[in-house]
Ligand binder design. Structure first.
Ligand SMILES: *Cc1c(COP(=O)(O)O)cnc(C)c1O
Length: 435
């Protein structure tokens, strides 16, 4: 299959080309030329099996086709359980059982496996993965590429806007990972990264790519868990599963839209946003207006200009079509805090602040009399946001094993000014250091 840019300014390319490039050369996002429909007769037994079936059409004709099953087995080696909550037909899709305790582990691991399989073993050129992160992407990408020969990771994150455990998780890796704290917002980090990726002088003689949620290699693998749980739910209960998805840059939710378009029994999709309300305003009928990000308790969703909006728009005829496909609501910090405090008694779980936005919208959906099956997507483990969650629930939230292991390792990071020349110099340095 071929892939095209949402901006239509470059020729179609292969999956290898799209994975390696990250962003399309015209500044757009890669999307499949057409979305294949998959007819699943019965739900595949494991998440890795579903991933292989779902991803296969995108890899048709690619050098990765032959090893796709193996890539999926290695990348999807932890489960995405659908846990029943207290309310009837209330569920939680737990996406936090990977090494860095957030959903980004799935796609980061798949992308790392795919890029490593594509790498020519004879080449001397190091591939640099540049990643702007609001907290969780950087850790997942670092973990996925940690110590992998031929790859280095450069992380940019907004200084002071991530939790202490997140900051540690961004900076506790091998020498092939360099972590920079930028005194700015996530959107600024993202702008710096996009500028570097579009800098043809910088790219000359090196391989520079991104692993942000703008990358196709992040989007496609995330469709697997939606398809997997929705198919199993339909097999067991005969109905589609509806999802409330904590949303920032719109990568995870775009994957749910993709899974549904591929034929998975995904019902309604509701985006749970925080006080960064460009999407809720748009879906309520206003023009799409990106704004500067504001800091909230759900920091991984502090995105004022969600990049993947361009993909969603590309997939829909017009605004009315898009507004009919997805809903969105914003949740303020006071409500996030109240939801976390009440969640153990009300739902039987301790949510992270991101998951709490979705849990609150589920409560509103129930208040409105909706009796259908809904899954709240748990995007991170609450222990990653201990400084917010623990005081609200009144007890310690111990980190899961993967996160505990990363917290035991020493961490180091550097400060980077919020200006492009500083990043350019740092990248040149990262490059030079290795040769
Ligand atoms: C990244 C992240 C989100 C937002 O996901 P997008 O794909 O950017 O919409 C939500 N919750 C957590 C915990 C995250 O790390």
């Amino acid at each position: 299959m071929n892939f095209v840019s949402t901006r239509g300014g470059v020729p179609a390319c292969t999956i290898e080309g799209a994975l390696a490039a990250g962003l399309a050369p015209d500044g757009g996002l890669y999307v499949p030329e057409r979305i294949p429909e998959i007819l699943f007769d019965a739900p595949p037994p494991t998440l890795a099996d579903t991933a292989r079936r779902l991803l296969a059409p995108y890899f048709a004709g690619s050098p990765l086709q032959a090893c796709l099953a193996e890539l999926c087995t290695r990348a999807y080696d932890f489960d995405a359980p659908l846990r029943p909550l207290i309310g009837p037909d209330d569920f939680m899709l737990e996406l936090f059982h990977g090494p860095t305790a957030a959903f980004k582990d799935y796609a980061a691991r798949f992308l790392a496996e795919a890029l490593a399989a594509l790498r020519d073993p004879a080449t001397q050129i190091t591939t640099t993965i540049l990643v702007a992160t609001s907290g969780d992407t950087g850790a997942a990408v670092a973990a996925a590429f940690d110590g992998r020969p031929g790859f280095e990771v450069v992380i940019l994150y907004p200084d002071g806007r991530v939790s202490p455990r997140q900051a540690h998780g961004l900076a506790c890796w091998s020498d092939n990972v360099r972590t920079f704290r930028v005194p700015a917002h996530f959107d600024d980090c993202q702008r710096l990264a996009r500028q570097a990726l579009a800098d043809s002088d910088l790219r000359a003689g090196r391989v520079l790519t991104s692993a942000n949620s703008i990358s196709l290699g992040r989007l496609l693998p995330q469709a697997a868990y939606y398809a997997h749980v929705a198919m199993h739910h339909r097999a067991a209960h005969g109905v589609a599963l509806n999802f409330v998805i904590p949303t920032g840059n719109l990568g995870n939710a775009s994957a749910a839209v993709l899974a549904r378009r591929m034929g998975a029994p995904v019902g309604d999709i509701v985006l749970a946003c925080n006080a960064n309300d460009a999407l809720p305003r748009y879906f309520a009928g206003a023009d799409y207006t990106p704004r500067p990000a504001v800091a909230t308790l759900a920091n991984a969703m502090d995105v004022g200009a969600p990049s993947n909006f361009e993909r969603l728009r590309h997939w829909h005829r017009d605004d009315a079509d898009l507004r009919g496909a997805v809903g969105a609501r914003g949740v303020d910090d006071a409500t996030i805090a109240a939801t976390i405090r009440a969640a153990p008694a009300r739902h039987g779980v301790v949510p992270c602040p991101h998951t709490a936005t979705a849990l609150h919208l589920l409560e509103r959906i129930r208040d409105a009399g909706d009796k259908r099956a809904w899954a709240v997507v748990a995007t991170a483990h609450p222990a990653k946001f201990e400084s917010i969650v623990e005081p609200l629930v009144g007890h310690a939230v111990p980190p899961p094993p993967g996160l505990a292991e990363c917290l035991r390792r020493p961490a180091r990071s550097w400060v980077l000014a919020n200006e492009y020349p500083a990043l350019r110099e740092a990248l040149a340095g990262a490059h030079a250091e290795r040769f």
